[in-house]
Design a protein around this ligand. Structure first.
Ligand SMILES: O=c1[nH]c(=O)c2[nH]c(=O)[nH]c2[nH]1
Length: 297
């Protein structure tokens, strides 16, 4: 019997990088959480402690910081491509690079009715994500968002489900539906206006969530994903993950107060977890696109 070293990669996880563009009195801010992971002939580091091919994770972190100035952060997708290409093409032993990025959004403070030049409020909304892989098989970009918290107070049903001796859930044709959406989309082209596509995808998914008379969260996810893929032919695949944040009618009848879908217990666990992958039947191979590192994006 021999033990062999299987899949491996190494890098610096979660470098928190804040880049301020201050070339004019009106500053800009980009607030990132960046993970790098390198793949290549790194077995000797694991097997015999030979670091000769190992670009330190500290160096990877430094490069991630430096590139926010030297290359800029036009979009997190482009920044990820710049960084991944650098590691693969400039650092000899590196054969593949995986860059995962989260971006935290800020909105300008409004002072005396005017947007302020250098003060922002952290947006409590979703986190934009990107995951870029570059290796000898190609270049892959996955865009995404996570923690997009959505709630609708009607327009959601759940009935007609399978029942057995353990089923107690009442059927409903009017319930609260809420989730914290995690969505990822794989691009089949790199010739994309990354910053233009993102808000459109978000808006399409929000619109489907709002307007579909939902028979289940599963159906809502299908409609969200298809809306995005019908709009953008260069999106080959969409992966969705949605916790069903249950809102249970609270029994205030005990106190002589009627509750017609007005007062709820917002349960944080256990939650249903509904997941779906939508893919075109002619999608190009995903290659290493989904092989995660820190799993940030
Ligand atoms: O939208 C839903 N899908 C389910 O699969 C499910 N199961 C459940 O108990 N409630 C719900 N709601």
């Amino acid at each position: 019997m021999a033990i062999i070293l299987g899949d491996n990669q190494y890098g610096k996880a979660e470098s928190r990088i804040v880049r301020i563009v201050r070339d004019s009195p009106r500053h800009e801010i980009r607030d990132l959480n960046v993970t790098t992971a390198l793949r290549g002939p790194f077995e000797p580091a694991y097997l015999v402690g030979d670091q000769s091919n190992v670009l330190p994770t500290d160096t990877q972190k430094n490069t991630a910081y430096a590139f926010t100035k030297s290359k800029g952060v036009e979009s997190i997708e482009q920044y990820g491509l710049d960084l991944a290409r650098h590691f693969v093409h400039e650092i000899d032993p590196v054969e593949g690079a995986r860059i995962e990025i989260e971006e935290f959004a800020w909105e300008r403070a409004v002072v005396d009715g005017t947007e302020h030049d250098h003060t922002w409020l952290r947006k409590g909304q979703e986190v934009r994500t990107a995951a870029v892989t570059v290796d000898s098989s190609g270049e892959y970009v996955i865009g995404g968002l996570k923690d997009l918290v959505l709630l609708k107070s009607t327009g959601s049903e759940f009935a007609g489900f399978l029942k057995d001796e353990y089923t107690t859930l009442p059927e409903t044709h009017d319930r609260v539906m809420a989730t914290a959406l995690d969505a990822k989309w794989r691009f089949s082209s790199l010739d994309v206006d990354w910053n233009a596509v993102y808000p459109t995808i978000k808006a399409l998914m929000v619109t489907e969530f709002a307007t579909l008379q939902s028979l289940a969260l599963q159906q809502t996810l299908w409609h969200m994903g298809t809306a995005v893929m019908e709009e953008f032919p260069f999106i080959a695949e969409v992966r969705l993950k949605a916790p069903n944040k249950h809102h249970f009618d609270y029994d205030i009848g005990r106190f002589g107060v009627e509750n017609h879908g007005e007062v709820f217990f917002a349960s944080d666990r256990a939650y249903g977890l509904i997941e779906a992958t939508l893919i075109r039947d002619d999608a190009p191979p995903a290659g290493e696109a989904w092989r995660a590192s820190a799993g940030l994006a």
